[in-house]
Design a protein around this ligand. Sequence first.
Ligand SMILES: CC(C)(COP(=O)(O)OP(=O)(O)OC[C@H]1O[C@@H](n2cnc3c(N)ncnc32)[C@H](O)[C@@H]1OP(=O)(O)O)[C@@H](O)C(=O)NCCC(=O)NCCS
Length: 334
Amino acid sequence: MIARTNGRPISITGLGCHVPDRVVTNDELANYVDTNDEWIVERTGIRERRIAADDEALTDICLPAARRALELAGAEPSSIDLLIVATVTPDMAFPSSSALIADALGMPDAAAFDLSAGCTGFVYAIAQAHGMLAAGLAKKALVVGGDVLSSILDWSDRSTVVLFGDGAGAVVMEPVERGGFLGFELGADGGGGSNLWLPGSGSRRFDEPDKYVKMNGREVFRFATRVMVSSAEAILGECGKAVDDVDVYVPHQANVRIIDHAARKLGIPEEKTVVNVHKYGNTSSGSIPLALADAADDGRLEPGKLVLLTGMGAGLTWGSALIDWTHSTTGAAA
Ligand SMILES: CC(C)(COP(=O)(O)OP(=O)(O)OC[C@H]1O[C@@H](n2cnc3c(N)ncnc32)[C@H](O)[C@@H]1OP(=O)(O)O)[C@@H](O)C(=O)NCCC(=O)NCCS
């Protein structure tokens, strides 16, 4: 799906994020699996990640992010009539984490649902919210992206455990005077789905059910380096923008080598590229809003800046959004 938006301008008016307190360094991981700091830094750029406590579930880390986004938007929880939570690690299959969050925050009028699109979940969710706001089905939306991937990792599998971390981010979206979202490009290829999957997690029966993430790292790397470039180029073309027009590039934070490759191929300079994978690892649906919050606090998200978001992940899925930033934001970072 690719489209430039039409109709009333819709933008992000509040932004917040949250990560668990516990920091797990590469050296600590070397206590659980046969790995070392040098390998992890060289191959991924990750130095540490946050890991949820045993009694911390998805909604526990999403709630502070959501509260911060509402506060910065100056929005009362009761004014939210649409809540989407992008995640692959809800507290439980049902009730949805979005219904639990709507209840905890006091959003009696909100339609609330979870959305599953792997690490691209946040980009899918803002596109979904945009569509409902632009169509007049909702007036003010809260979109949360977050995951507690540590709960579905095999802590004896060095190929996955070094990559991921826990975290969440949230945005308030609503109609604005000008600017806002210019377009979206979203895609999925289930044919490549088994390169990053959780085979025993649903109704499909497997001979050897597994409750942990399994990944073919090299295939995912190949896929990622391809779609991070093609998706960004597609949305820029659709919206009639050139790469040089991009002021802030916010790629999914999976691996610094994937980010560097995409930025280089696209021709986006380092100073325009937001990178925080070294401190959080890959937080799946939390990754792009966490990076946006860091960019906001660095003073990069000023009104009029052209912001490019591109994600990819399990599904396999990918997606981009282009935003003419409208609201100056600081105080959003974790
Ligand atoms: C996982 C990934 C970092 C591996 O990097 P790589 O350069 O492809 O490394 P390889 O898998 O080829 O492994 C190279 C060597 O390091 C070893 N190795 C693998 N994981 C290791 C670890 N955690 N610590 C130390 N050594 C490790 C391998 O066994 C291999 O050793 P060998 O050469 O003796 O066989 C990389 O493929 C990747 O980032 N893929 C994308 C994953 C991703 O982003 N997933 C989420 C998408 S949302």
